[in-house]
Design a binder for this molecule. Structure first.
Ligand code: MSP
Length: 586
């Protein structure tokens, strides 16, 4: 929805949040002496709603028809690996699916790089490069990878851009003006690798091979260091009830296990969050407005990227429909981010899609462990669509997936080269279909199909709704499963009907009908696979001659199943055939 002046517009949610905040503020009355300021703020926010909206606004009134999806922005301390690509790919498949369902929709799909903070400062120093030169190089590599793998982003944001610095400064001031920032002292653990503040309970001691002891983050295993410094603090603790309310919606975070995890975290004590670092420690960052001795905490800087791409602080499209993130950054997106937004008077995101990790021999893939799989190499070996297919086929959002090249080769050869490639070749072959036209379907054949054909037709009829459900739930792997089951069944059907033995008969009706049914399976797979493997899908649709205007999701229902007479419409010319997927050598 269009949000003028950056004010929160989802009135229902906002009023309920405000009611909750009112309750929480009332219960604080005896504990704090800041009630009159808080109530004043609430009054201002309530009067803002009345004057700016004057009526109910909900998502069904989103007349702009936008779909807004984001990926996390990637740290530039290391080159992209398969795990990074996975976050971007999920968002890309989601937006392609949206466009397929509603070709008129305009999408915002943002991705980019996270370039400030201590981690990047240290990495650039270690490389002996000026920080901006260092950032330029790695940011460019992420962009080049995303282009190579057809990630269809509409905005590639870098946190070193001026538009972003303006947005971050404005956002910080807004938090301050709204009374959610105070100056304090932070003493505790800091994990540079995760750029995260940790409590005593979030660290543990490990014994290094050298015999020394080291404190590390319980969650990531990365080393932590003791910090004691004057910082600006954000009153995160006062947003507990608002967050609990936001998380009441069972669809807010997918998959469910991550929703439950967040609910658990939010039910525990929330500590106020340090939102700045002294400039003498972290100079590579955005200065706190009017206090250049401090730089803004890199996670606040980074999270605001989503607002920057939306146009903040000017007129903007807000909130995002879905934000994709990995499970390691759930706390930042599921607690800090919605609380910061609420504090600035903005809607939290509609949905978070949290995915699990790619592992190698049971360990998370990461630069620090030195076990990364390079996506560029894999594109060379498997092609861009081959890599996309494997990642989306094997990467499940709810649990970690283990990377295996042996498995990738087997799966791609079996499913793309054999199942799909052979099916396409069989039903478009010149020898069986000399006129290269969509063959007619004979009603008598349709009504007397062998069991394998009936089963195939049943699968094809069910496929659109089933795949739609899985794609909508971001379970792309389940959608692919349904499609490939139909493709396998189509091969069983062709094998049984043996069209190559029918080609010498004078009556072509059976041969044509068999080819037509098989072709229908290819057409269906081609349409439904577009979000997953856009190039291969268009190759399938080109070869079967499907015109451009019949490639959207609705066209899946154009099958012959409801036709009660001979379907003789052969006007449909088959298109150019290219090799679908070249087998990969072991
Ligand atoms: N810069 C922060 C995000 C800021 S967003 C406001 C960050 N960057 S990251 O480069 O470390 O990670 C970016 C994304 O890659 C995250 O979604 C993360 O989960 C994902 N992955 C990094 N390693 C991964 C795997 N091994 N497997 C799957 N995805 C993983 O965090």
């Amino acid at each position: 929805m269009i949000n003028t002046g950056g004010e929160m517009k989802s009135l229902g949610l906002r009023k309920m949040l405000l009611t909750l905040r009112l309750d929480s503020i009332r219960s604080c009355m005896n504990r704090r002496n800041n009630v009159s300021r808080s109530l004043g703020l609430l009054k201002r926010r309530l009067s803002g709603i009345r004057s700016s909206d004057g009526g109910k606004v909900d998502r069904s009134e989103n007349l702009t028809g936008n779909y807004f999806v984001t990926t996390p922005i990637f740290y530039v301390n290391a080159e992209p690996h398969i795990g990074h690509l996975h976050s971007a790919l999920l968002a890309d498949a989601a937006q392609r699916f949206q466009k397929l369902q509603n070709p008129a929709i305009s999408t915002i799909f943002s991705t980019g790089t996270d370039e400030h903070g201590l981690k990047i400062q240290q990495s650039s120093m270690a490389s002996g490069c000026d920080p901006l030169v260092f950032c330029n190089q790695v940011s460019h590599k992420f962009k080049a990878l995303f282009d190579l793998v057809d990630i269809g982003y509409t905005d590639y944001i870098r946190t070193v851009e001026d538009r972003h610095k303006i947005a971050v400064g404005h956002f910080f001031n807004k938090l301050k003006d709204n009374g959610h920032i105070y100056q304090g002292n932070y003493s505790g653990w800091y994990c540079v690798s995760d750029e995260a503040y940790l409590t005593e309970l979030q660290v543990r001691e490990v014994h290094l091979q050298s015999g020394e002891k080291q404190l590390v983050s319980l969650e990531s295993g990365h080393p932590v260091e003791w910090n004691s410094e004057d910082n600006y603090m954000f009153r995160l603790s006062s947003f507990q009830q608002d967050l609990q309310y936001w998380l009441k919606d069972d669809q807010r975070v997918q998959p469910e296990r991550y929703l439950q995890q967040l609910r658990g975290w939010v039910s525990e004590d929330l500590h106020d969050l340090s939102v700045s670092r002294p400039k003498k420690r972290v100079s590579w960052g955005i200065p706190v407005p009017e206090d250049s001795k401090h730089t803004i905490y890199v996670w606040v800087d980074a999270l605001v990227n989503y607002l920057t791409v939306a146009g903040y602080p000017e007129q903007m499209v807000w909130p995002p429909d879905v934000q994709v993130l990995g499970k390691d950054i759930l706390r930042f997106h599921g607690i800090y981010w919605p609380a910061l937004l609420m504090a600035a008077g903005l809607d939290p995101p509609n949905k978070l899609l949290c995915h699990s990790h790619w592992t190698i021999e049971g360990e998370k893939m990461s630069k620090s462990k030195g076990n990364v799989v390079c996506p560029k190499d894999r594109v060379e070996r498997y092609t861009s669509d081959g890599l996309r297919y494997f990642l989306l086929r094997e990467g499940t959002p709810h649990s970690d997936s283990s990377w295996s090249d042996t498995r990738a080769v087997r799966l791609l050869n079996a499913e793309l080269a054999d199942s799909l490639g052979n099916l396409m070749n069989r039903c478009t072959a010149q020898s069986l279909n000399p006129h290269q036209q969509r063959p007619p379907l004979c009603l008598q054949y349709k009504e007397n199909m062998p069991l394998s054909g009936q089963k195939l037709v049943e699968q094809l009829v069910m496929l659109p709704d089933l795949v739609e459900k899985h794609y909508t739930d971001f379970n792309f792997y389940r959608g692919i499963d349904v499609i490939m089951a139909a493709v396998r069944q189509a091969n069983v059907f062709v094998q049984e009907e043996r069209p190559w033995e029918l080609k010498n008969q004078t009556d072509r009706r059976k041969l044509d009908s068999v080819l037509r049914v098989a072709l229908e399976a290819v057409r269906t797979a081609g349409i439904a696979l577009q979000p997953i493997v856009p190039r291969l899908a268009s190759c399938l649709l080109d070869a079967t001659g499907v015109p451009d205007h019949q490639r959207c999701w609705n066209s899946l229902h154009l099958g012959f199943y409801n036709v009660n007479q001979d379907d003789l419409s052969t006007s449909y010319k088959l298109g150019a055939r290219t090799k679908l997927f070249r087998k990969i050598k072991d």
